[in-house]
Design a binder for this molecule. Sequence first.
Ligand SMILES: Nc1ncnc2c1ncn2[C@@H]1O[C@H](COP(=O)(O)OP(=O)(O)OP(=O)(O)O)[C@@H](O)[C@H]1O
Ligand SMILES: [Mg+2]
Length: 295
Amino acid sequence: MSLSTHTAAAAAPGGDTRPVVSLSGINKVFSNGTVALRDMSLDIAAGQFISLLGPSGCGKSTVLRLIAGLGDPTTGTIDWPGSPRDSDGQGSDSQGSDGQGSDGQGPDGREDHEIGFVFQEPTLMPWASVFKNVWLPLRLKGMSKSAARDRVMETLDLVDLAAFAEAYPRELSGGMKMRVSIARALVTRPKLLLMDEPFAALDEITRFKLNNDLLHLWESFGWTVIFVTHSVFESVYLSDRIVVMAARPGRVVADMAIDAPYPREDDFRTSTTYNDYCRLASNALAEAMNASEQS
Ligand SMILES: Nc1ncnc2c1ncn2[C@@H]1O[C@H](COP(=O)(O)OP(=O)(O)OP(=O)(O)O)[C@@H](O)[C@H]1O
Ligand SMILES: [Mg+2]
């Protein structure tokens, strides 16, 4: 067990070992001059469960947003090497204001990937039932309620909420609302799931349960997950790789493999392996905090 540069190459179905998404030399400078990310490079392999761990303001949400196409990097490229549009591995999908990139208007490799995004807040429509909240992404693609019914109900079943399809958000607990939000992200059957501190506001018992539910779904469906968290314990429990970031400017300071087998259940939380990795990740995070304070 060691803190090491992770060179993941999990094979996607069909033996394709190209990363799902590849960030290269990403800089993000906001218009007020904030350097949110500096020289960030990251290859994410198919099927990986990767956590971005770091102090507030280190650019975790910015990374997710750039990957989702909600904003462009200032410089650097985001490539989708496994996408048919990028089959030579040379194409670049976004490039910033250095004038060398695409204008962001045309189709790119990202569009070949269905991406699910779970935001920190459940952001449900309070006036709409659970069913209608989960139907929304399909409705935006033009799918009628009757055509979407089976898919929506199947997805609610995955998060154990089929019985609450006609309930309204105000009738649900915090954990149930978050599960609706996860169902809404899953209803389009994404292969890449971006999760921004989805369980941060929940009590520990609910959080542990949702951690287990998420791992079961990930193992069943073979998704690639990029998970943002402040919690060392959560990142070690869930991930096969943790990328630790420091702030001001946001950058990667450690990249560690969590080499413990799945399935992971509650007894993993009390194992020596888990505790050893938690210590390593805590130390890496403490160094990241120091690096952030000194910069
Ligand atoms: N739209 C914006 N305009 C200006 N600065 C921004 C914008 N969005 C983010 N920032 C800045 O970029 C930096 C990174 O922000 P980001 O939201 O990515 O951090 P984070 O790691 O997700 O933090 P937290 O853990 O608190 O959610 C911060 O300094 C933030 O103030
Ligand atoms: Mg954030």
